[in-house]
Ligand binder design. Structure first.
Ligand SMILES: [Mg+2]
Length: 241
């Protein structure tokens, strides 16, 4: 296999969070299961929620869209509500917020650790003085980074909260990656971006990043390459060998 490029040679490296720096998907899956188990029992909804529902209705969708899709599959309809709805509200938004409460509780109680290979790469980049940033669609990014103990490694964290506040189009649009580069004071054409999701790779590629690294955590090497990844690895540890 060809040698991988030296990421420290770029002006900065921008990292996605979930699936690139931290294994967050498991925490999300568990939170959905706990929340729907309780809701289905309370409302006597059948058939029971299963992991298959996660992949069919929730994975990769915005939180509220996922709730609406899942409930529709059980012929249950509730009002949409507002994002500010309390977790007790029987609305799509309230139920979505309930899931988020489970997610936060799990993070606090069980914690989350960064992938060792990602930490090793961050150490190498820090030693060489290469600036780094996080570019995540998640509104939980700050909390996940804090619990993982890596928040202070990143001068710039572009997350779902900032994107919503500044009306930035979400991935696969290039806006969040390009804006994070601007916040770092670097030119995307001289930077690297690291992503594990199809939409994230598309976002970085559309942003004109010099190098787009795909991390294959299940999306598939061919899919990530077709989306615009210049190189695909299975773990970031491959960059520090
Ligand atoms: Mg990701």
């Amino acid at each position: 296999m060809d040698a991988l490029p030296d990421l420290a040679a770029y002006d900065a490296v921008l990292f996605d969070l979930d699936g690139v720096l931290t294994p967050t998907a498991d925490v999300h899956m568990h939170a959905w299961q706990s929340m729907f188990d309780e809701l289905f029992a309370e409302w006597e909804i059948t058939p029971a929620y299963t992991e298959r529902d996660y992949f069919e209705h929730l994975d990769g969708k915005k939180r509220y869209d996922g709730v609406a899709s899942l409930l529709r599959s059980r012929d249950v309809e509730v009002p949409w509500g507002e994002p500010s709805d309390p977790v007790t509200a029987d609305t799509v938004c309230g139920i979505g917020n309930r899931k988020n409460a489970y997610f936060e509780k799990s993070l606090r109680e069980d914690g989350i650790a960064a992938y060792p290979g990602s930490l090793a790469l961050l150490d190498v980049l820090a030693a060489k003085g290469t600036p780094v940033a996080v570019v995540s669609s998640s509104k939980n990014a700050e909390e996940v980074l804090g619990v993982a103990g890596i928040r202070d490694r990143f001068p710039v964290v572009m997350d779902g909260v900032i994107a919503e506040r500044d009306h930035l189009a979400s991935k696969p649009a290039p806006d969040v990656f390009v804006e994070a580069a601007r916040m770092l004071g670097v030119d995307p054409a001289r930077c690297a971006a690291v992503e594990d999701a199809l939409s994230g790779v598309q976002s970085a590629a559309a942003g004109g990043f010099a190098l787009v690294v795909g991390v294959d955590r299940g999306a598939g090497r061919d899919v990530l390459t077709a989306a615009g990844a210049h190189v695909v690895v299975e773990d970031l540890e491959e960059f520090v060998r």
